[in-house]
Design a protein around this ligand. Sequence first.
Ligand code: XMP
Length: 505
Amino acid sequence: MVAVIDFGSQYTQLIARRIRELNVFCEIFPSYVTLETLKKKNVRAVILSGGPGHIYTLEKINFDDRIFDNFFVLGICYGLQILAKHFGGEVVTGEKREYGETIFYPDIDERIFSGVSKKTVVWMSHWDTVVKLPYGFKVIGRTDNTDIAAIKNNEGRIYGLQFHPEVVHTKEGKTILKNFLYSICGFRPEWNPGSMLELVEREIREKVGNEKVVCGLSGGVDSSTLAIILNNVCGKNALSVFVDNGLLRKREGEKIKDIFKGRVNFKYVDAGELFLKRLKGVACPEKKRKIIGNTFIHIFEKEASRFGAKFLAQGTLYPDVIESMSPFGGNSSRIKTHHNVGGLPEKLHLILVEPFKFLFKDEVRGIAKEIGLPDFIINRHPFPGPGLAVRIIGSIDRRRIEILREADSIVIEEMKRAGLYSEIWQAFAVLLPVKSVGVMGDKRTYENVIALRIVKSVDGMTAEWAKVPYDVLGVISNRIVNEVRGVNRIVYDITSKPPATIEWE
Ligand code: XMP
């Protein structure tokens, strides 16, 4: 396997994901991991991640440098600087930071750059630079600003790159990682969704053992996949709890009941009244998210205590985790509180089991296929935990939920009819806190405005607004205005993420 050693880069998980995409197994370890631990894990190659640190903070990092003598090594950005310093090179803090896309000139005769263009775009994000080559190394790539942008040792076992091959902006980054893994380290592409499933099952078995576990089931692909795996691993000791928070899509509750009742140990909790009571008059998006998250957790705690469970399993994904991080806690800033992460109370009376925490949605979809979940669930558009609440801007009441639910169902129906549903990451309606004047049947109307949000994305971390044909947008607009009482105007959201987020709240 590959060990990714984390020096605090926001891209560490992305490195791991790229390696998995190349069908090689990898795990992430903290910077203080020892040689013995890695040997026990049967590690063949080590990737040193980038990090926010300056090279002069290196003395403070507790890093086991025996690692350099025992494995194939690839240092990325800060990782390159660490290895350069270790082998007697010189690293200095430059006058200015080099940030963004840069042209890189690789030595294309080197195996690590096999198949890469002579002049290729890479993503740089660094302040410190290697200015003197370490002993026993040679330069194998440059940029206009950086003479030592890629190095390798004479043995051909240790490599370093100043740029980030893991980000999509590095156009041929995947080829470079592939060359490192297959051609230099000798890995074969053997890791697949089946192996990922085994790993998840093993984690559940080791953590939960013969105890009881409650699973928060929302009906989305993540929690549905988890519910089935828990059922396979823990049998009757697992209870999947579906909470109807009154903020679901049209007929959602019934559909979920039909799929899971009889297939797993299943409980339906009707809590719409409770959620609405707690949300009354609340307009602030973060407050809404916190209230919903807390209410979910209280219900799960109650159900767990009834069932005698001390574990709560959630289908939390990696993007939920990074976007919910506090600006004071991690390296990423908090974008919004994803309910199944940031909504957790400080004193949770249950132990969390989150075996998908390091996976992206498309990887979970791979596992879902493996365990035979129906296509209807696998290819469903993501739906946020706080449901329609974060698509009704401002405060929520029954009438506004009903308006949005009807409009949303038309959007989905028409996207499916046009054959566009599966090409799209998400398509939905948002109810704005704005009224506008219209004319219907010769009469003046003064009604609500609905925004359509339709985006393409690979993992929800970035997204582009979808260029849906005008006639499809036209049909959606006509149907909503004609069929949903209380709406007289439709607008189309043409912002990508960033700078906007996918959901409006
Ligand atoms: P944003 O709005 O942050 O959304 O661009 C990124 C993706 O995450 C979904 N989302 C959530 N999923 N709990 C979830 O499970 C949440 O609280 C939550 N908030 C947003 C969103 O629908 C999009 O796919």
